[in-house]
Every structure is written in C-alpha cells, then in structure tokens.
Design a protein around this ligand. Structure first.
Ligand code: E4P
Length: 226
C-alpha cells in the first residue's frame, strides 16, 4: 500500500517528501482553508504543490455543483500541471463530469465515497482513483472498515481497461484518523492510504525505537570517550 499525504500545507508536504516514502498528495477545500489561503490564490497554491511533488499525483478538488461547473473547474485544474488529479464528489453531476473529463484524458479522484455501489458507479464513470472514507463513518458509529472492504472487493473483482486514462482504478483509503486505520486499510488491500501528517508521525514513532536509538547513542558516546 502506498502513502499519500492528506494536506494542502506546503511545509508538511515538504517534510513528508524528505522521508522518501511519499507517493502523492490529496487536498480538499477544508484542507486549503486550513492553510489560511484565499480564493484568488487557490490555483497557484495547487500549482506549487504539483511542482513540489513533480511526477506524483496531486488531487485538487472542485467546489462546483453543476456538470458544466465541474467540467470547467476540472479542465482548469488539470491544465495547471500534468500531475494534477481532479477531485469530484460522487453525485449525479460528479459522475457526469467524471465521464467527460476521463474521455479527455484527465484523471479523476472520486471522493466522499461511503458505499460499494457509489464506488462501482464511479469506476464505471471513469474515475482513476476512488476514495472511500473511514473516519467519517466511524464518527457516526458506522463501520468504515467493512465499507472499505466491500469497496475493495467490488472494484478488484473487475478489470477497468477502457474506463479511464490509465486503464486501472486505485482505491485510496481516506478520512484516515488513526494509525490503526492505516493498518486496516493495508490489511484489506487498499492501494493507497491518504494520511494527515499527525497520523503519519504516529505511524512512525514507537517508544522502543526511541529508547533503542537513545541507548545506541549513549553506548557509542562511551566508546568514543574510552
Ligand atoms: C481525502 O481525500 C479526504 O478529503 C480526506 O481524507 C477527508 O478527511 P476527514 O474526514 O478527516 O476530513
């Protein structure tokens, strides 16, 4: 399973990139709002992220609600950089816009997916990535993990050779709130988990690793001073 970072924050993306294990970035309007960015800077901010992550997919989300609006936003966002993936919500307009954009060779990440049927419709409409949400299910006592399992089984049961520009569909476990979500997503066979920096750090750090590093450092200091 690959790791994407779920943020629009340039410092966090830079830090995650240095780790050497970053495979992409997802953003959404709320994550952009968190950076303190203004509307007029949105596209240049997405362009900066795309340049910073050259060669890696960077999802930029439309806020339009009509087919025409989503298609227009999608074309503009995709024109910013070759690695931009257009993020669309799974709804009637989103599916229609996805089909139009996919037929033009534009990659789409279909977001706000909460069921296997939504995922199947998205894949058939030409989505390159499908993002089932874990945390928001858990928030209202639904089982996000079993929903993700259903999505994975249904999507992996089929091949998608002609539906989208790359002829494959990857599932991004999204709305990841805990390190356990990351493990569950990997165990279930998700292709990607998009993970906030706070959770990435929880995935990395372990008290026994920290204690081990400290002990090796102390012992080496003794060797150096002997
Ligand atoms: C990513 O594609 C989603 O927009 C994001 O993971 C949502 O996460 P949240 O439910 O924590 O806001």
């Amino acid at each position: 399973m690959k790791f994407f970072i779920d943020t629009a924050n340039l410092e966090e993306i830079t830090e995650a990139k240095i780790w050497g294990c970053l495979a992409g970035v997802t953003t959404n309007p709320s994550l952009y709002a968190k950076t303190g960015g203004v509307l007029s800077d949105f596209e240049s901010h997405m362009q900066k992220i795309a340049e910073l992550c050259e060669g890696l997919p960077v999802s930029a989300e439309t806020t339009a609600t009509t087919i025409d609006g989503m298609v227009a936003d999608g074309r503009r966002l995709a024109a910013l950089a070759p690695n931009i993936v257009v993020k669309l919500p799974v709804c009637e307009a989103g599916l229609a816009a996805c089909r139009i954009l996919a037929d033009e060779g534009i990659r789409v990440n279909m977001t706000l997916v909460f069921s296997a049927t939504q995922a199947l419709l998205a894949a058939n409409a030409g989505a390159r990535y499908i993002s089932p949400f874990l945390g928001r299910c858990d928030d209202i006592a639904l089982d996000g993990t079993s929903q993700l399992a259903d999505v994975i089984t249904c999507i992996k049961n089929c091949d998608w050779p002609d539906r989208n520009p790359d002829g494959e569909v990857e599932i991004i476990a999204a709305s990841v709130r805990t390190a356990n979500h990351v493990v569950q997503a990997a165990l279930l066979g998700a292709d990607i988990a998009t993970v906030p920096m706070k959770v990435l750090k929880k995935c990395l750090h372990h008290p026994l690793t920290d204690a081990g590093i400290a002990a090796f450092e102390a012992d080496w200091e003794r060797v150096a001073n002997a």
